[in-house]
Ligand binder design. Sequence first.
Ligand code: HEM
Length: 219
Amino acid sequence: MTTTLPTTSEQLSVALKAQIATAHTNAENSRFMANLGKGNLDRDAVAELTLQYFHIYSALEAAVRRAAKHPAVALIFDPRLERVDALTEDLTALTGAAWRNEAPLAATQRYVSELEQLGPEDGPEVVAHHYVRYLGDIAGGQVLARVFRNEYGVSEDALHFYDFSTVGKIPPYRAKYKAALDNMNLTGNEQTRLIDTAEHVFVLNQAVFTDLAALRGLN
Ligand code: HEM
């Protein structure tokens, strides 16, 4: 797909959201996510997804910390967003200690190895990874948490991942995040890298959903 760079009258956050719109619809409609969101699956599916997230967020949060001094990353870096402790608690509530012996799915391993390759100079790429996961979690994640609670009987002690109360109210937080994106002063080339990487991160996530669907025999 062609990358549409923001014009002078358009901000990066707007261009970014427009560029990921199709990928977002595809992610929502992926077999695994669609079934999960409709209440067609079960608590085990929540545990399987949560396990993938544990590996992804462990690598994501390490990558963000490695690049935290990059001027673009510094604008969005916020340890209050970090999810690894929450995911550890959730998995323990969902499976006891069993999850520690389970390997991540192949697509998760590929996602993790891409994150592991990001270094301190990869600011635009790190911002893209950060945006796709955390902005998604604080928006659509809340919809999913409601389904997990109401349809699958998942209790609050396994839903810490979706609890972002430490950052305060979500709408102003999102607005501040988008203002930070718009204040990054990136070159055209860096904006292209950021937007292209965001689309690629959707592909990485989509591959995880495909593997999860296969695990469930949904393919
Ligand atoms: C069933 C699955 C999903 C649902 C129901 C959902 C729902 C939503 C909703 C309601 C918003 C807020 C839209 C707005 O107010 O403008 C949103 C935003 C977002 N979602 Fe999702 N989503 C889902 C899956 C995903 C996935 C799998 C990802 C990424 C891997 C993702 C990434 C994002 C991002 C990055 C945003 C922020 C867009 C922006 O405002 O710039 N979503 N989602």
